[in-house]
Every structure is written in C-alpha cells, then in structure tokens.
Ligand binder design. Structure first.
Ligand SMILES: Cc1cc2nc3c(=O)[nH]c(=O)nc-3n(C[C@H](O)[C@H](O)[C@H](O)COP(=O)(O)O)c2cc1C
Length: 377
C-alpha cells in the first residue's frame, strides 16, 4: 500500500484508513477553525521558484549544516507528542528513520518512549524538546537526562503557554490514554489493525514522567504543568542550566526573534505549532524574510508549518532558512505503516528534492538565495 503513496497527501489518506478516528484527527487537526493550519500550507503557493537553465547540473548535494552538525538533507524531524498511540512502533520508528536519512531527530517532552531509550537507539544526532513545567526541579531533571543520553541541543517550545482549542479532539473526547466510550468502540471496530496493535501492545504512557505519575489525560496533564508565567528572564535561566546549543521554537514576530538572539538562543524555529495554538497566527513562511532581515547571521533559522513538497523546502531555504522541519508528513507515514511509512515520507521528500534541485539548476544547498524566489503579485 505504501508504494502507492506518491506524495504526502496519499500518506494522509492511508493514515486515515488505518488509524482510529480520534488518532487521525489528533494528528490532522488544529485549533478553532483550523485557518492557521490551512494558511501555513497555502502561503507557499504565493512564492514561485525561478529556475536557471543550461547550468550543467546533473548531480546534486543535499547536505548542509545545522548548529555545527552536518546533516545529509536540509530537513529535520519536528518534535511530536504521543507517537505510540499513532502506531505501536511510535518514536522508535521515527528516530530510526531519521538516523537512516542522516538527519536530526527531535524528541518531545511528551514522548511515549523514554529519553534514555531513544538516546541508546541510534547513533544519529538528536535534540530534546522541552515544554516549560512549573516545577523547576522537574525541568532540571529532564535537562540532565537529555544531556546524559547524548541529546546535542535543547529546543524550548514557547508557543504553548496553554493548550490551543482543538475542537476535533473535543468532539472525539480524545485523551491520552484513550477513554473507552461507545463512539470510541465503534471507531475501534472500523480500524481493526490499529485496534489489534493497541490492545496487544504495552500501555501508552508519557515515558519521561515517573511511573507513579497518574495516567491522566493529555489536556489535564498539560493544563496542570504548563507554566504560562514563563518569560524571557526564565528563558535566560534555562539556557544557563542547559549550557549547550539551543533552539527557541514557536517564534513568528521579528522583535521576539531579536530578543531570542540577545537571550542567547543559537537557532530560531519560526513556527506556529502547525496551527494548533493561536488560530490567527501568520504562516511561518511569510515571517521568514522579515525575521531573516532582522537577525542576519546572529541565529540559524528553521521553518516549520505546512511543508508538504520539496519545492516548499527549496522556497524556505532560498528565503533564508538554514533548514526546515515538519511533523504531520512523517506522522501520517507512521500512522499509515510504522517505520516503513516514516521512511516513505522522508524518501518522498528526499527524492523529489534531488529532482527539483536539478530542475531549478542548483548543485548545492548553499547556492540558494532570494534571487531564486519571486513573490506573486
Ligand atoms: C500530533 C502533533 C503533536 C505535536 N507535538 C508537539 C510537541 O510535543 N512539541 C512541540 O514542540 N511541537 C509539537 N507539535 C508541533 C510540531 O513540532 C510542528 O511545529 C508542526 O506540526 C509543524 O507543522 P506541520 O505538521 O504542518 O509540519 C506537534 C504537532 C502535531 C501534528
């Protein structure tokens, strides 16, 4: 089935067929009217790539560096919560696939496989994503565990002071772990392979929290622990505690980007959480040029949100991103077919990136600049 998936939308349809409805909707959905999510993807069509001819390019080099680390492809894995619920292979599948493709894997605070296990699983580069808890002791403990397990950089996600209003999850009464309701049972029967895996696999839990943390719902857990009062001074404290390469994720404003640089972050992930938080937030691709102008070389820029084609990657790189990242594309792959599905997603991007670089007339990523992009009137 996966071999019939020729683009990310095909993987999305395959994921919808295999996964329980509440699981598919959790991945696929966003906040309020889901306008920001739609806009994230749509805004890429406002930019054209102006190809060059007779450049003699027949071989391409897709490698680049990010925070001093060489990666074979200019895209990395965005962190995402709860992966074992989507497919029993969960975060293990994604980390292995990332390592095979020679790129960076980012592990979410709210992962369902532990920091330590992911640290041991592959020799590939790994970053750890942190949500800010009220309890500084817990924050320090997580940083220490990530460092001990070989995670090279810290991603601080800052666009989730509280959880966004995700109405598909409310309609589905979605929780991690799932609650058994008549509607859940009905949808479980319609997704027999997912249900069999779920029933036979180990219980789903947040693997980075101690085993005696009560298995309460994602919404309740996050609501109780997220620290909306966290500010730039606290971020400075956190960077002091981490004392290593750092990324701030969830910035869309140029002044915030400048503050991120002066606070000491090495990279900025321009992101609106895939439209899952503030539904009126701008598309990251539109905020990339002004942020690149504001910060110059003072921080490396990563863009995520709505990237579904390799041309989206090329547009982002040409507009000033050092690399891009994405979540739903590999999560559709995971939900559709475990590690093979994740590999399929990464392969689709890699193969088409190579083709598009030849078509664009660029041999290496470093040749890309704004001259290759035209803003549509
Ligand atoms: C199911 C799901 C779970 C996510 N969990 C996290 C998370 O735990 N931490 C985080 O920083 N971002 C999380 N994100 C946001 C992604 O890292 C990323 O910013 C966003 O999905 C990018 O948009 P895209 O899905 O269109 O590529 C999640 C996204 C999805 C779809």
């Amino acid at each position: 089935m996966l071999t019939h998936c020729h683009n990310i939308e095909d993987l999305r349809i395959a994921a919808r067929k295999r996964a329980h409805r509440m699981v598919f909707d959790y991945i696929d959905g966003a906040a309020d009217d889901e306008a920001a999510m739609r806009n994230n993807g749509h805004q890429f069509s406002g930019y054209d790539l102006v190809h060059r001819v007779l450049t003699g390019v027949d071989q391409v080099d897709t490698s680049t560096t990010l925070l001093g680390r060489k990666i074979d492809i200019p895209f990395i894995i965005s962190p995402s919560a709860g992966n074992r619920l989507f497919h029993t292979q969960g975060e293990r599948a994604v980390a292995r696939a990332a390592s095979e493709f020679g790129t960076i894997y980012s592990l979410s605070t709210l992962s369902t496989v532990s920091i330590e296990e992911i640290g041991r699983l592959t020799s590939g580069p790994k970053w750890f994503q942190l949500y800010v808890w009220k309890d500084r002791g817990l924050v320090k403990e997580m940083l220490a565990r990530a460092r001990m397990s070989g995670f090279e950089a810290l991603i601080l996600t800052v666009d989730m002071p509280i959880t966004g209003n995700r109405e598909r999850d409310l309609h589905n009464r979605f929780t991690i772990p799932p609650k058994i309701t008549p509607a859940q049972i009905w949808h479980a029967l319609r997704a027999p392979r997912w249900t069999a895996d779920y029933l036979m696999g180990p219980a789903i839990r947040y693997a980075n929290l101690s085993a005696d943390t009560p298995a309460i719902s994602l919404a309740a857990f996050v609501a109780g622990q997220l620290h909306a009062g966290f500010n730039w001074r606290d971020a400075e404290w956190l960077l002091g505690e981490w004392n290593g390469p750092s990324v701030i994720k969830g910035v869309v404003d140029t002044d915030d980007a400048a503050k991120a640089v002066s606070t000491g972050f090495n990279a900025i992930a321009i992101s609106n959480h895939g439209g899952r938080q503030l539904d009126a937030s701008p598309a990251p691709i539109d905020m990339l040029p002004p942020i690149a102008d504001k910060v110059g070389d003072a921080a490396e820029l990563i863009v995520d949100g709505g990237i579904r084609r390799s041309t989206d990657i090329l547009k982002s790189l040409a507009l000033g991103a050092r690399a891009v990242s994405f979540a739903r594309p590999y999560l559709y792959g995971l939900a559709a077919g475990g590690q093979q599905g994740v590999t399929r997603a990464l392969d689709l991007f890699t193969t088409s990136l190579r083709r598009d670089m030849v078509l664009l007339g660029v041999q290496s990523i470093s040749e890309l600049n704004r001259d290759f992009v035209r803003r549509r009137a």
